[in-house]
Design a protein around this ligand. Structure first.
Ligand code: PRX
Length: 704
């Protein structure tokens, strides 16, 4: 994205990276000795010469009802099709096929947030029984069938993977909405995906509180109806079977407790439907540059092969390991690396209901010690939080990780080192996995037994993926040049989303239009644009600097500025709104809102709280801005566009640059005085804003 800043063209390519090279760290001999992938020739296998057939290795990890005839059909770029002609079922691959060898093996150990409440441990066989019975219920009672879509709005309970697998068994595309999102956000996603069944839970624990979740289903149904979609049935799983945990009443003829219905399906079995490789397995909504979230549609064959292959080689999961990914299944990380990837390689996983620091920051390490977790997977935000709250906690517990993952945001080398030395006790190999909702699985990471770690850098492209950094004109920025540019992937891979549900044009526009030769049918002319800026070292290691679009990555979760702004504009008094990222020591970035008011409304009328509430209600508490600044006006260009870059600079106490080209330059000083005086008063002056954040803010453009 090139933009006019102070009359000068500033682009990613011109911003030199200030990153100091870190020393390489090699994995231990004992890790290498047991690794699933320790063959130094594996890169050769995945070389460009071998593309796309190299990806057979991943697809061969699955059981196919019918083998495919064409590994990659690239005749209609960028709508690439993988394993064409092949048929399979994801539920069968994650459950049934393990029964013979691993029937009694633990699939999941579910851990309540309330310490002392018993775990729920289910074997692959028990998982199979639950999936079958629920699939029978879905088919006969809810009337869903192959090709339908069903929305889920569930917290971290065992019934969530059961529900996903039961739907996958029937060939029904699931769309799980993060449980922390509001009922309204869920309703919008119901409309977009045209779902007529909503599956939810009555309640769950969060930081020690039993939250009423059922109420959000009622809100979602109302919101969906406003959008023209009628939800016929709401199926409610219970936090405590046969006990009311939510005060929200059930709506007669619409809402049903799954528990009450399941007894009719005891012992029932449903054959997995044999589906073409490109049958859509699920939708996962994510934020983009417009207010409307994108439904990333993932395939059955390509996606599952990629999740399985990367779980085996990069997560290094062996059947005898105890694997714990702390992400929420409501995000892509949970789909690929709690449910589909680990189950397809017969993992035993921990599923944790709650927040990592409840009741105290020793909790994760107690769980790891008690359950013998040896593979651990979390995000930098959590690592920062645990480090701050309990830097010495890990040493108190007798657990041993062989492998750890960091995912979702850039990790500072200093935080990486605490993770390595203190959490990993210097024993664990770390993978810093770079990827996106859209990519289905990792796109940048080291192979843990073969490629050394470099703190703060994810590593080279994942096997079979060739990253390239392009400048604004599409020229390649040579690795090692120290210059940043737009991170792209030069070739297709099986895990990539198929399209944006219902909006193939937006798919092409968002991920390909920037550099594609649009009349070419050669995949080489269609680099995938990640929307991230970054650099590549001479060794090919990537360092992600941050987003280049109007997306704010908060604690590893994406929020579109437009989504935040539209929510703020629902407050009657607000006439204009702008969302900007502010540096936060723990979460990386937090959103701050700037609003100006309609004539006749005063700043003292509680507008800031109304904006906060509107955002919480419309998107969810995760998006709640840290500050809402009610200002007399917002800085604008002569054509009337809000200059977010200027206000973002103010929020972060960095130089606002030249503002003489604005139509109202005088407002800058006024806002600066207002905001910075308030922040100084609150003791909230950001300390040590990293170079990456400054770069990201400089890119924060005009309103489009
Ligand atoms: O900016 C990159 C950042 O998170 C974005 C993707 O967010 P989402 O679709 O929510 O998926 C998160 C989990 C895969 C990316 O565009 N990101 C993700 N992983 C990393 C990262 N930034 C730096 N390092 C990573 N390892």
């Amino acid at each position: 994205m090139a933009e006019k800043t102070d009359g000068v063209e500033v682009s990613e390519a011109q911003i030199a990276s200030h990153w100091k090279e870190e020393d390489l760290i090699h994995p231990s001999i004992s890790f290498i000795g047991q690794a699933n992938m320790a063959n130094p020739k594996i890169r050769e296998h995945f070389s460009s010469d071998n593309f796309p057939e190299s990806f057979r290795l991943y697809a061969d990890l699955l059981d196919w009802d019918q083998y495919w005839h064409t590994t990659l059909d690239s005749s209609e770029p960028p709508f690439f099709k993988w394993f064409v002609g092949g048929k399979l079922n994801a539920s069968y691959n994650c459950v049934d096929r393990h029964l013979a060898k691993h029937g009694n093996k633990v699939a999941f150990t579910w851990v309540s947030e309330i310490e002392g409440e018993p775990d729920r441990v289910i074997s692959y066989r028990e998982l199979w029984v639950m999936v079958n019975e629920f699939a029978a219920l879905l088919k006969d009672f809810a009337g869903v069938k192959t090709g339908d879509r069903v929305t889920l709005h569930m917290p971290m309970v065992l019934e969530l993977p059961v529900t996903m697998l039961a739907l996958a068994r029937l060939g029904v595309t699931h769309s799980q909405v993060f449980g922390g999102f509001s009922g309204a956000a869920c309703g919008d996603r119901i409309v977009d995906s045209d779902s007529h069944v909503l599956i939810t839970s009555d309640a769950y624990y969060r930081s020690g509180q039993l939250l009423d979740h059922k109420i959000k289903a009622d809100e979602a149904v109302v919101q969906a109806e406003k959008g023209g979609v009628k939800v016929d049935k709401v199926l409610v799983w219970q936090r405590y079977a046969a006990k009311a945990s939510s005060p929200t009443p059930m709506v007669e003829g619409r809402d049903y407790f799954v528990n009450d219905l399941l007894s009719d399906y005891r012992g029932q079995r449903v054959d997995p439907v044999s589906l073409p490789a490109d049958h859509p397995l699920f939708l996962m909504y994510t934020s983009g540059t417009t207010a409307k979230p994108k439904g990333c549609q993932h395939s059955t064959g390509g996606y599952l092969a990629y999740a399985a292959g990367t779980s085996k080689f990069y997560q290094d999961i062996h059947p005898e390991d105890v694997y714990w990914c702390m992400a929420d299944i409501g995000w892509i990380t949970g789909h690929s690396y709690i449910v589909y990837g680990p189950l397809s390689v017969a993992a035993s996983s921990v599923l944790f209901e709650g927040v990592p620091n409840y009741p105290d920051p020793g909790r994760p390490w107690r769980i790891a010690e008690r359950l013998g977790v040896n593979i651990f997977h979390t995000a930098p935000t959590t690592i920062r939080m645990l480090r701050k709250a309990g830097p010495d906690e890990p040493a108190k517990y007798d657990y041993h990780f062989k492998h750890m993952t960091t995912v979702g945001e850039p990790i500072e080398p200093e935080v990486w080192r605490w993770y390595y030395d203190v959490v990993g006790k210097g024993e664990a190999a770390i993978v810093d996995t770079y990827w996106q909702t859209e990519t289905g699985g990792f796109i940048g990471t080291t192979l843990p037994a073969l490629e050394p770690m470099k703190p703060g850098s994810c590593g080279p492209g994942a096997l079979g993926i060739v990253p390239v950094i392009l400048d604004e004109d599409g020229n390649k920025i040579e690795p090692g040049s120290g210059k940043a540019g737009n991170i792209c992937m030069s070739n297709p891979w099986p895990g990539r989303m198929q399209t944006i549900y219902g909006d193939p044009e937006r798919f092409v526009d968002t991920y390909y239009a920037k550099y594609a030769k649009s009349d070419s049918k050669d995949w080489r002319d269609w680099p995938y644009v990640t929307g991230d800026g970054g650099t590549q070292g001479a060794d090919g290691y990537l360092r992600v600097v941050g987003r280049v679009d109007d997306v704010i990555n908060v604690a590893g979760h994406r929020l579109g500025t437009k989504e935040l702004e539209s929510a703020a504009l629902t407050v009657e008094a607000v006439s204009e709104a702008a969302a900007v990222p502010a540096f936060d020591e723990l979460k990386g970035r937090v959103p701050e809102m700037y609003v100006s008011l309609k004539p006749g409304f005063g700043a003292d009328s509680g507008v800031d709280e109304q904006v906060r509430q509107a955002i919480s209600q419309i998107i969810g508490p995760i998006a709640r801005p840290s500050h809402v600044w009610v200002t007399s006006d917002l800085p604008k260009t002569r054509s009337g566009k809000i200059m977010r870059r200027v206000i973002a600079s103010i929020s972060n106490f960095i130089d606002v640059g030249d503002t003489t080209t604005l139509s109202n330059p005088e407002i800058v000083e006024e806002i600066q005085r207002q905001v910075q005086t308030a922040k100084v008063g609150l003791g909230k002056i950001p300390q040590g804003v990293p170079q990456e954040v400054i770069q990201e803010i400089m890119r924060f453009g005009e309103e489009k």
